[in-house]
Design a protein around this ligand. Structure first.
Ligand code: GLN
Length: 483
């Protein structure tokens, strides 16, 4: 049963082949058996899961239907879950039980999804390897000595290991697409404003966006359907109708114009990944797509701009964790200043402290113009590059990452080496565009992802292209040995 996709589960439940309760019990047992190797969960919510599963079975017995009714999922541990620990992978929030559900959590619960637990993540979603979690590193099921990617590494490892069919995740600079690429999954970062950020603990508010991680584009369509939509409680949520993503999967790719940016194939890209990217292009050509070389001339400036803007916003967002209102408080503070300093010094890990310092510096008087303002100008140039490209092509295709998953610890002493791995993903966040990563082959037994980018609100186009590709390839069906 653990091999089933969300789409297959929906059919199995509708045909009464099994109940949601049976499926939930099977997956909880599998998690108990296999997750100790992976460390993909921070909290399990067995009681809630069984209660939701029974309720979903009862709703089906009453004639209700729906692709998510009774479907087991998990949430990245930065989505607030009422009465359940919401840690954000940090000691700072180890004792924090959210007083309300995030909009995404509430919407999925209303659709009948069953929450098995909360998944591990890089502390406050800062990272590309899932090694900065207070709860320990997550392992990649394809090779337990390698990282699963980050920051949504727990959601990715759990889905890749068939502990559950799909999970929520968030992407500020690649944290859905990069772990998807590293673990042979399909992951979608929606257009900024497509999915509500209400109750999603903020890292960099102008870049953060929630989305689905699953094995197939078909399943991403199902999960995104349950997550997307206008939310008056999020001031950056956009009131734009949500199309039927599943209904749009079967569009023909005849005449689809795919742009391949020449800047993507620079020295940093593993040539074996470049070959797999070109092989995916050939596959799409067979389906009728036409290929065009394009240029994104400002791409080289994106990493420095991102690593000013994201820490700047983080330094502001994380100022609320002060030892007073919620979260960790140091023992026996001598005075207010000591309380602030020690609560934050003891509650935040090294990478989070580094980002707060970089961000506070970039925003300080005298440096604001030189760093923050300049980075915002680059952000506009990056967006303009995309706007020009989308006048000529319908989607942009390239690698998701320059290299496959690295070994645990390989980049932990050199943060900049890890930042450079974000080169292909962060531009979509700077511009607010939707992006998807899909499985496209293997290098040394490790999965490789191809990234597709589309104009604003064209998530349906990304899912359509990925689904057609998946109907004609079998990379996404490969299972890691031992799982
Ligand atoms: N690796 C990037 C960072 O550390 C992106 C993380 C994310 O998307 N949450 O900022």
């Amino acid at each position: 049963m653990h091999q089933l996709t969300l789409a297959e589960i929906a059919r199995g439940l509708a045909d009464k082949k099994f109940s949601s309760e049976e499926l939930t019990k099977t997956l909880l047992a599998r998690i108990a058996q296999l997750d100790p190797q992976l460390n993909s969960f921070i909290s399990l919510t067995e009681d809630l899961a069984l209660q939701q599963a029974k309720a979903a079975d009862a709703r089906r017995a009453n004639g209700e239907s729906g692709a998510l009714l009774g479907a087991p999922i998990a949430h990245k541990d930065l989505f607030c879950t009422q009465g359940i620990r919401t840690s954000c992978g940090s000691k700072m929030l180890d004792n924090f039980k959210a007083p309300y559900d995030a909009t995404v959590v509430a919407k999925l619960a209303a659709a009948g999804a069953v929450t098995l637990g909360k998944t591990n993540m890089d502390e406050f979603a800062m990272g590309s390897a899932n090694e900065s979690s207070y709860y320990g590193a997550v392992k990649n099921p394809w090779n337990l000595e390698h990282v699963p990617g980050g920051s949504s590494g727990g959601s990715a490892a759990a889905v890749a290991a068939r502990l559950l069919p799909a999970a929520t995740a968030t992407d500020t600079g690649g944290s859905i697409r990069q772990p998807a690429a590293f673990t042979n999954l399909t992951g979608l970062k929606p257009t900024y404003g497509r999915v509500s950020r209400w109750g999603m603990i903020a890292y960099a508010s102008s870049l953060d966006q929630g989305g689905p991680l699953a094995r197939t584009a078909e399943d991403c369509a199902i999960l995104l359907q349950g997550m997307a939509g206008f939310d008056p409680q999020d001031s950056t949520s956009i009131d734009e109708p949500v199309p039927d993503y599943s209904a749009g999967l079967n569009g023909s790719l005849q005449g689809l114009r795919i742009g391949v940016p020449k800047e993507y194939f620079s020295a940093g890209l593993d040539p074996r990944i470049a070959d797999l990217v070109m092989a995916s292009v050939e596959e799409l050509k067979k389906l009728g797509a036409v290929i065009k070389e394009i240029s994104l001339p400002n791409m080289q400036h994106a990493i420095p701009a991102y690593y000013v803007i994201a820490p700047a916003e983080a330094s502001s967002n994380l100022s609320r964790f002060d030892g007073v209102r919620f979260g960790y408080r140091c023992e026996a503070p001598k005075n207010l200043e000591d309380l602030y300093k020690r609560s934050r010094g003891e509650g935040f890990g090294a990478e989070v402290q580094r980002r707060i310092m970089v961000g506070a510096y970039a925003l300080s008087a005298g440096y604001y113009d030189a760093y923050y303002l300049k980075a915002q100008k680059i952000r506009r140039l990056v967006k303009n590059d995309f706007m020009a490209a989308f006048n000529e092509v319908d989607i942009i295709l390239g690698p998701t990452t320059p290299n496959p998953a690295w070994k645990l610890g390989a980049k932990s002493s050199d943060p900049v080496a890890a930042y450079l791995e974000d080169v292909y993903t962060i531009t979509a966040n700077l511009a607010g565009l939707p992006g998807l990563s899909m499985p496209a082959g293997f290098v040394d037994g490790l999965p490789v992802g191809v990234q597709l980018l589309a104009p604003y609100f064209q998530e349906g186009r990304l899912l359509n292209v990925a689904h057609q590709y998946q109907l004609n390839t079998d990379w996404h069906t490969r299972t890691p040995t031992g799982f």
